[in-house]
Design a protein around this ligand. Structure first.
Ligand SMILES: [Zn+2]
Ligand SMILES: [Zn+2]
Length: 395
């Protein structure tokens, strides 16, 4: 369904006070509004650290003493910590790989190595080599993310039911998590290169064990650090990676035209239009508004906190202009579209909509609000497979 009025524009009649929140959650600023906070790479990094510290502090508070009320608080704390870790990984480390976190190559490397050491993620050099291949040959078999998704059992062309079953079984699969986790351990403690990186990993491990032996905080470590770092982080990474691209539309081909490459990525914008005037009756209107706010505050906000953190909404911008002012991506992307760029497309909705879009699932796409600019709008919004819409070979 193509929208004459975009979902974000329908939110324009809500109070000015809530507009910054709506810009954050949707990833789209309202036309003509000014930016409340000008973001910088350092601020983005600090936010990630604060989110992790906040999550751990909240969790520690919930655990002492442990009571029934501790459970929902611990869930919230785990989400916060995991989201903060994701923020450092998929925002900060990612930008260090592009040498776009700091001006100096050395600082980018130091920041990248420190975070990946603490979070047991792939060391800088290997991470960078793989990520640059992702940009050079996105969604191809040279792209490690494509191979990762296939290794979890992803196969394009599934029905909605098959796809739902696949997503849940991969999220809960001990084998998926163990493969992911053991890969992280191996890259930090067995294959870590250069040598200084192995020394960093071993030193951090020794510090961690020393801290635990001295304080006795073993249970807290497992619940407040290791759980978010392993199962939750990996689950969020899995969901994030799935929605990152339209992975399968060009049969994982390596050679693509510029236009085809643009079609591989879409803006993962979050939200839906506010209840319209067609809903009549005070009761029905109140119910519609209640559902709308619930979905914004719980469904979409938790997706933004936990999976789609920071500038990752605008991943299409990142592929089009990797050297842009990424910390302010929402505004950069909007300006680029406003000044006439026709290289963007976006999918409004929730994580489910983005998963379906990226996985090309099911015949019905009518619940996904697709907006794109200019000619691409027609192609993408008419429905049917993207490959067919783009006049390219079907999968
Ligand atoms: Zn990148
Ligand atoms: Zn990408």
């Amino acid at each position: 369904m193509t929208q004459a009025v975009q979902p974000r524009e329908t939110m324009g009649r809500l109070p000015r006070l809530v507009q910054p929140y709506l810009t954050w959650v949707t990833g789209v600023p309202l036309d003509g509004t000014y930016q409340l906070i000008r973001w910088s790479p350092n601020k983005a990094g600090v936010l990630g650290i604060i989110q992790i510290i906040g999550g751990i502090a909240l969790g520690a508070w919930a655990m002492h003493p442990l009571a029934a009320v501790s459970i929902p608080t611990l869930i919230l704390a785990t989400l916060l910590t995991t989201g903060g870790m994701r923020r450092l990984d998929v925002v900060v480390v990612h930008q260090t790989l592009h040498r776009m976190f700091a001006k100096s190559d050395r600082v980018n490397r130091v920041v990248g190595e420190l975070i990946t050491t603490v979070m047991w993620r792939t060391p800088y050099d290997e991470n960078r080599r793989e990520h640059l291949l992702h940009h050079q040959f996105p969604c191809s078999m040279k792209d490690a993310d494509t191979r990762y998704l296939l290794s979890t059992g992803m196969r394009p062309g599934m029905s909605r039911r098959e796809y739902r079953r696949y997503i849940w079984s991969a999220l809960l699969s001990p084998s998926h998590h163990w493969t992911f986790f053991s890969g992280r351990i191996t890259s930090n403690f067995v294959q870590a290169k250069p040598r200084y990186r192995l020394v960093m990993s071993l030193a951090f491990l020794a510090m961690t064990i020393g801290f635990l032996v001295l304080t006795g905080y073993w249970v807290e470590y497992l619940v407040l650090w290791l759980l978010p770092l392993s199962v939750c982080f990996q689950g969020a990474t899995f969901l994030y990676t799935h929605t990152e691209h339209r992975w399968w539309i060009f049969s994982n081909a390596e050679k693509l035209t510029k236009r085809e490459r643009d079609l591989l990525t879409f803006g993962r914008v979050c939200g839906e239009p506010v209840p319209g005037p067609e809903i009549e009756g005070a009761g029905d209107r109140a119910r519609a508004w209640l559902v709308w706010w619930f979905r914004m505050l719980v469904v979409h906000s938790s997706y933004r906190m936990f999976v789609l953190v920071g500038d990752t909404v605008q991943h299409d911008l990142h592929h089009i202009h990797p050297n842009c002012d990424w910390a302010n991506s929402a505004y950069v992307r909007s300006e680029d579209i406003a000044t006439g760029s026709d290289r963007y497309s976006e999918v409004w909705g929730s994580m489910v909509d983005h998963l379906h879009e990226a996985g090309m699932v099911g015949p019905s796409r009518d619940q996904v609000l697709v907006r794109s600019t200019r000619a691409k709008a027609g192609e993408l919004a008419r429905g049917g497979s993207h490959a067919a819409a783009a006049g390219l070979r079907p999968i």
